[in-house]
Design a protein around this ligand. Structure first.
Ligand code: UFG
Length: 330
């Protein structure tokens, strides 16, 4: 079976490509390399460099390969940037996937797994968050993902395109081989920034606010290992095809850790001091985000292998130590 992975040179995409290959799938990758890394793409998967909005580029890919299903990670994903540049997010994240869906329809490709986010919920109405909770995004990034979720619904109604929407909580960690991992520019995510501090590349980790209504005053998040996320994509794709039925799942570990707890755990894992400073709150951060992943556990038998924050941080630490400058290192 041949799977097209859009955004396969990105963080979660590249880990999913590896898992697909390990499970015997034929994989082809499309990525603009605007934020992805050529070196992150497994050599066994051919890489086509281009943008999903480029119709003739997509035509070329679809005409060359007989594609059975698509997994779509291709998107801009910086929450803060989405607030200051909404047009960029709506144009790319909605326009790109819409163009992909139209091409899938032309070539009669009926199955897609779509990378969505906890940001579709906005301020949660309850903890843990259920898939049926209200979705009121508080930033254009989350809104752009929610718009695509709605487009998928209507494509299913009109053309029978079947989808699995996966709403990730906080993806973290790196592949066990230490060969691929997280490398964003600019880096904005908590765990890579903490580990860059452990490596001495930053002077301190700034903790964004310690006056939230949580036990230690810092924000609580649900961290999920990127390989567990990758496995979930494969399970979701298989079930969607087997049952010919669309679905939406949360993906988290169901456990929350505060920013201070994450810093403390990173000190334990790395054996480094990791200086921290309290800074003002970051705009738009909800105080607590924890997933209920009961639905995917029950329906797909998905089981996270990396159950503890310690294991997740240890795998990220392995990557950062080996690649202190990310993919720029040889
Ligand atoms: N944080 C700090 N200091 C930093 C970086 C982050 O204190 O230098 C805090 C944040 O304020 C937040 C927590 O660490 O409380 C986690 O922040 P991340 O930026 O790592 O992740 P977010 O929870 O903001 O974002 C994640 C995904 C997004 C997604 C969002 C949904 O990375 O793609 O969840 O709310 F949109």
């Amino acid at each position: 079976m041949k799977v097209l992975v859009c955004g396969g040179a990105g963080y979660i995409g590249s880990h999913t490509v590896k898992e697909l290959l390990e499970q015997g799938y034929d994989v082809i990758v499309v990525d603009s390399l605007e934020t992805g890394h050529k070196k992150a793409v497994d050599e066994r998967a051919p890489l086509y460099v281009g943008n999903l909005s480029d119709e003739s580029f997509l035509e070329d890919v679809f005409s060359k390969h007989s594609i059975d299903a698509v997994i779509d990670f291709a998107a801009y994903s910086l929450v803060g940037e989405s607030v200051t540049e909404p047009a960029k997010y709506f144009e790319n994240n909605i326009g790109g996937t819409l163009s992909l869906l139209k091409k899938m329809r032309k070539y009669n490709v009926k199955y897609i797994v779509f990378s969505s986010t906890a940001a579709t919920y906005g301020e949660p109405e309850g903890i843990p968050i259920l898939e049926s909770d209200k979705t009121v995004p508080t930033n254009p990034y989350g809104e752009s993902k929610l718009c695509v979720e709605k487009i998928l619904h209507w494509f299913d109604e009109a053309y029978g395109t079947k989808y699995a929407v996966l709403r990730y909580f906080n993806a973290a960690g790196a592949h066990k081989s230490g060969t691929i991992g997280e490398d964003h520019f600019p880096e904005s995510h908590l765990i890579p920034i903490i580990l860059q501090t452990a490596l001495g590349k930053r002077e301190f980790i700034g903790i964004f606010g310690d006056d939230y209504a949580t036990e230690d005053g810092t924000c609580i998040r649900d961290y999920i290992h990127v390989t567990d996320l990758a496995q979930a994509h494969i399970l979701a794709l298989e079930k969607t095809m087997e049952e010919n039925k669309s679905r939406t799942y949360n993906l988290g570990n169901g456990k929350g850790f505060s920013v201070k707890e994450v810093v403390e755990m990173a000190r334990k894992v790395t054996g480094k001091e990791i200086p921290a400073k309290i800074e003002p709150r970051r705009a738009g951060d909800p105080s607590v985000l924890i997933a209920s992943s009961e639905k995917i556990i029950k329906e797909l038998g998905w089981e996270p292998k990396y159950n503890t924050l310690e294991e997740i941080i240890a795998s990220a630490w392995q990557w950062h130590q080996k690649h202190p400058n990310g993919y720029e290192d040889k």
